[in-house]
Design a protein. Structure first.
Ligand code: SF4
Ligand code: SF4
Ligand code: FES
Length: 240
């Protein structure tokens, strides 16, 4: 397996980005982008201009597509580096790798995604009492709980811009579990926040569903949460 990695690099937030091309070879046909970056970090690689390659700053943890930390942009689409097989690019001969584009770059492939977590705080995503584990994998609560908070859906969402009123699918997915599991009397504030920060801004393009690396059915989450937070809420107001 042989492919050229064209990696968008940036020394720090203030520096200008540049492209570094590295020829990468592996005897493992299943090698992932995350593993290749690990090999490069181990040293001994030169780029196509003959310069030694410095370790590539990035985030990763589980290497099992479970934590969402390694999200990057691969050939223009957000994806998990540990879920990206390099053999898919072998025929083309190269692959472009860069940081997620909707978040501030800290260095190389590392971005500041703290806005995702401050949105959860603003929505009030917590329960006073422990919630039961969803009993079967078809449950909406189970589907919602699979969200990695990786931000890939925000990358492709035409309506999401960090710091603005619309929070995007990562926040909506987290809200979906509580809207499904909390009793109505304990979720009034969340219903209002969901309506304000998601329902009123979502254009329903479903780009989030098509890109989600966890394969979450964001359409079902949306339909369920809209019914729980908006339609039933309006119905309650109408009928006192
Ligand atoms: S909905 Fe999917 S793409 Fe969006 S944050 Fe959750 S896991 Fe990532
Ligand atoms: S349906 Fe479209 S607008 Fe709504 S969260 Fe998903 S990508 Fe964004
Ligand atoms: S390192 Fe955890 S999802 Fe890739």
């Amino acid at each position: 397996m042989r492919v050229r990695l064209d990696i968008k690099r940036q020394r720090d937030a203030q520096s200008a980005p540049y492209l570094q091309s590295i020829l990468y070879e592996s005897g493992d046909e299943n090698v992932t982008l995350a593993s290749a970056l690990g090999d490069i970090d181990a040293g001994g690689f030169k780029d196509t201009d003959g310069r030694e390659v410095e370790p590539i700053i990035r985030e990763q943890s589980c290497l099992q597509k479970k934590c969402g930390a390694c999200a990057v942009v691969v050939d223009g689409r957000p994806a998990l580096a540990c879920g990206t097989r390099l053999r898919d690019f072998e025929r083309k001969g190269y692959v472009n790798v860069g940081p997620l584009r909707k978040f501030p770059v800290i260095a190389d492939l590392l971005v500041d995604r703290s806005v995702i977590f401050s949105q959860l705080t603003q929505l009030g995503i917590w329960a006073e009492n422990a919630l039961p584990c969803p009993e079967n994998t078809d449950d909406i609560a189970y589907e919602a709980s699979r969200c990695l908070q990786c931000g890939c859906c925000l990358e492709v969402c035409p309506n999401f811009c960090p710091g603005e009123k619309f929070f995007g699918m990562s926040a909506a997915a987290a809200a979906s579990r509580l809207l499904e599991q909390l009793p109505p009397s304990e979720r009034r504030e969340l219903e209002k926040a969901y309506s304000r920060h998601f329902y009123s801004g979502c254009g329903k393009s479903l780009a989030c569903r098509d890109i989600c690396p966890a394969g979450i059915d964001t359409e079902s989450l949306m339909v369920n949460s809209n019914a729980a937070a908006v339609w039933k809420f309006l119905g309650r107001r109408k009928h006192g």
